[in-house]
Design a protein around this ligand. Structure first.
Ligand SMILES: C[N+](C)(C)CCCC[C@H](N)C(=O)O
Ligand SMILES: O=C(O)CCC(=O)C(=O)O
Ligand SMILES: [Fe+2]
Length: 413
């Protein structure tokens, strides 16, 4: 392993060591004094040197004492009407330990030096334990290839009910979260109606391309999207430090041939790489890559750059949450040492091969009335070359607000 690769991978190795240290703790502590033990509501509590061990629901969990004090839900520490912390965390003695520990009526009750009492329901603790969360996914997803997506037979939402019925929006969002794409049909073929549909879901993210944009092959901007060329699968705005979360397309008009839309589930392909070659997956998740958009025309001047790995993974549970893949907009590789570069190209090739498998390609012809929402952090899009007048409108949405809408509906995101 090269020195640099080592340096890049070291944090991950450290984390792995940390994890096994955490696992071993249970054994280390077996010989320690049982400071206090109580059992009620099938919970057993042990006060250990630096944390509290709670056995509840079959598996042990460990809670650091400072964490417990910081997460006190009493009125003095926490405002439960605004869901905000009142407590000044910096005022906690970092070697704090409770004087008394008991379990009453499904709650852990701690009395701290000075007399402050904290109460936590055991189910809340279980829900918020590291042990539970390292095994949970933040956003459940169904990864797909063309066949499995088609077989799932996901219904499109319909304009009329979408505009009037919250349940229709909720179902739509559930499909969107699971598959990374979702459709609304029967939408009037206008920019205004497209805007109205997107506003049922979220806020529009204004970018250099505008708020609602409407584009055709007129080279009005310095980008190949504004041509009749075919475009290979890619994610958009990879040159933003935070790429746009959602892309909305509505084809208002096409008098000509070609111009079908290509969709590929990037996470499906990346998971294949993870299974086949974990070391290549790791490279794609660690090596920083720059994307860039430089535009210098009469009416537009832009110089955007965004730096980040191709794959972004949550460190505690290895769940993927963002893929940046745009070979057109990928910039010069100059922040990667030479002995890593070739390996990165090998890893990139493996991902590309997976993304290009014909069985992973879902082709749809967007027609007036059909609005598509694409998770631009997961699903790639592209298009056939085309002839004739083809007019597409759409916008980008702010990811935070789409996910917020979903959570307000009670969906997991
Ligand atoms: C969608 N709209 C036509 C407005 C912009 C297209 C941006 C294309 C750019 N190469 C990218 O991938 O980000
Ligand atoms: O023209 C299309 O279908 C899509 C072009 C594209 O990739 C984009 O606008 O982001
Ligand atoms: Fe695009």
């Amino acid at each position: 392993m090269s020195v640099m690769l080592h340096r890049i991978l070291r944090p991950a190795l450290k984390q792995a060591q940390l994890l096994s240290a955490i696992k071993n703790k249970q054994q280390l502590w077996r010989h320690e004094t049982l400071v206090s033990a109580s059992s009620a509501c099938d919970a057993t509590i042990r006060s250990l040197e630096d944390c509290l061990e709670v056995n509840y629901g079959g598996a042990p969990m460990w809670f650091d004492y400072v964490w417990l004090r910081d997460h006190c839900r009493s009125d003095a520490s926490y405002n439960s009407s605004t869901n905000q912390r009142n407590l000044d965390t910096a005022s906690i003695d970092l070697s704090i330990r409770p004087d008394n520990t008991t379990v009453q009526d499904g709650h852990l009750v701690l009395t701290w030096p000075g007399g402050h009492v904290s109460k936590y329901s055991l189910s809340w603790l279980a829900e918020n334990s590291y042990e539970k969360n390292k095994q949970s996914t933040i956003q459940p997803r169904i990864l797909w290839n063309s066949d499995t997506y088609k077989k799932a037979n996901i219904p499109s939402a319909k304009w009329k009910s979408f505009m009037s019925c919250d349940d229709e929006v909720k179902n739509f969002l559930q499909n969107y979260l699971l598959y990374g794409i979702a459709f609304v049909d029967d939408v009037p073929a206008t920019v205004e109606a497209t805007e109205a549909v997107t506003q049922r879901v979220s806020l529009i993210r204004e970018t250099t391309y505008g708020r609602m944009w409407c584009f055709t092959s007129d080279f009005s901007r310095g980008d190949s999207a504004y041509s009749q060329l075919g475009l290979d699968r890619h994610t958009d705005t990879s040159y933003f430090q935070e790429p746009c979360g959602i892309q909305v397309f509505h084809c208002l008009k096409h008098e000509g041939t070609g111009g079908r839309t290509l969709l590929v589930d990037g996470f499906y392909a990346a998971e294949k790489v993870r299974q086949q070659s974990p070391e290549n997956f790791e490279l794609l998740a660690k090596v920083p890559i720059r994307h860039e958009y430089i535009e210098k025309s009469e009416n537009h001047r832009n110089h955007m750059t965004g730096i980040g790995p191709v794959l972004n993974v949550y460190p505690w549970n290895d769940e993927m949450y963002l893929i940046r893949y745009n070979n057109y907009d990928r910039s010069v590789i100059n922040i990667v040492p030479h002995d890593l570069v070739r390996r990165w190209y090998v890893a990139h090739r493996e991902l590309t091969n997976e993304l290009r498998r014909p069985e992973n390609e879902l082709w749809v012809k967007l027609t007036p009335g059909k609005v598509i929402f694409i998770d631009n952090w997961r699903v790639m899009h592209g298009r056939d070359s085309f002839t004739g007048l083809r007019q597409l409108c759409g916008c980008y949405l702010t990811r935070d607000d789409v996910l917020s809408s979903a959570r307000v509906f009670g969906l997991q995101a």
